[in-house]
Write a protein of this length. Structure first.
Length: 344
């Protein structure tokens, strides 16, 4: 075995972004959405609905269904869901949900959620299941189509339309605009050609680092002339009625496209074998009992075959082994450069 100390210039650090489909089964686009009656009828069902890519199991049934995301409805004053206590007016699941996301994004209870300068009373939150992405969601990959009997709108984020990113307490934040896969749709309803509704700001917010999509309920509640789809928020008496309205709009739209993204850091190690290095075999079988070379050809014209490269620290502890795809012939007439990539 032969050793050679690596120089600082032999090691290069690189970071690459890798994207992949977000949904179960490496699916990029979901076209059908299902909920579990067990979850909906439970305590958590008053606050959010889990959404699956196929029919979820019931009782002892087996299913390959997995949670893809959850839907929640929030209202700043608690409208749209039943009060938790009839003696405390307005204190309902929708108020709790709104306050949760307000604090999560703004870091304070004093400032309401803002959508391109407007502060709507109602919001929808689509929270992507954490198991669906490794690090973050991929800006520019979103297409969310919502459809009702009065109209339809396709939404995407404006990451490709801006030059400066905005950050909240939980990472990057983009506005939702009309369009698909990061490309804005031209429309006479656009405010200053930004893809917003005329009077109600952006359609929502996209927070890729938190796996979160917030929809502007007031904008979606507008009719077609106002750039919305008349979703009809804020009037339900049941805790699940407003989330169900959004779920129906998703099922009618049949398009929810999203990709995830992760940063893979790599160490590139360049091992250089010059013409006068690593030409002799260190295999003990190549030496006789008296310490002489067993084959005289190895004296004047030695040859060695490299099959692996081991990386050691200063204490001679083996840290990693790189296997070559085939033995590499080395003699005094050849030099070799082996590039080793370590991902982490």
């Amino acid at each position: 075995m032969s050793f050679k100390r690596l120089d600082p210039e032999d090691i290069v650090i690189s970071a690459d972004g890798v994207s992949s489909p977000c949904w179960t089964g490496n699916v990029v686009t979901l076209t059908a959405f299902y909920t579990s009656s067990d979850q909906a009828n439970g305590i958590s069902g008053d606050y959010y609905l889990n959404v699956y890519q196929t029919t979820p199991p019931s009782g002892s049934e087996e299913s390959n269904a997995a949670i893809q995301f959850s839907i929640a409805y929030g209202h700043v004053a608690g409208s749209g869901s039943a009060d938790l206590n009839t003696q405390v007016d307005g204190y309902s699941p929708s108020k709790i949900v709104y306050g949760q996301y307000r604090t999560l994004i703004n870091g304070t209870e004093e400032e309401n959620l803002s959508f391109a300068g407007t502060t709507p009373d109602s919001i929808y939150a689509i929270s992507v299941q954490r198991a669906r992405y490794k690090e973050k969601l991929f800006p520019g990959s979103l297409t969310l189509r919502l459809e009702t009997t009065t109209g339809a709108v396709s939404l995407t984020d404006n990451s490709n339309q801006i030059s400066t990113e905005t950050f909240s307490d939980i990472g990057r934040i983009y506005n939702l605009i009309s369009g698909s896969s990061g490309v804005k749709t031209s429309s006479p309803l656009d405010s200053a050609s930004l893809g917003y509704t005329p009077s109600y700001g952006s359609y929502g917010l996209f927070l890729p680092d938190a796996g979160l999509i917030l929809l502007n309920g007031d904008a979606l509640d507008q009719g077609l002339a106002g750039g919305g789809i008349a979703l009809g928020t804020g009037t339900a008496n049941s805790d699940q009625e407003n989330p169900q309205k959004l779920l129906n709009a998703l099922n009618d739209g049949e398009v929810f496209t999203l990709r995830s993204e992760e940063t893979v850091s790599s160490n590139y190690v360049f091992v250089r074998a010059r013409n006068n290095e690593f030409n002799y075999s260190t295999n003990p079988s190549n030496i006789t009992g008296s310490g002489e070379l067993r084959h005289s050809i190895m004296i004047d014209t030695p040859q060695a075959y490299a099959t692996a490269v081991g990386l050691y620290n200063d204490n001679n502890d083996l840290l990693a082994v790189a296997k070559l795809s085939r033995p590499l012939l080395k003699d005094f007439t050849k030099e070799a450069l082996i590039r080793i990539k370590l991902d982490y």
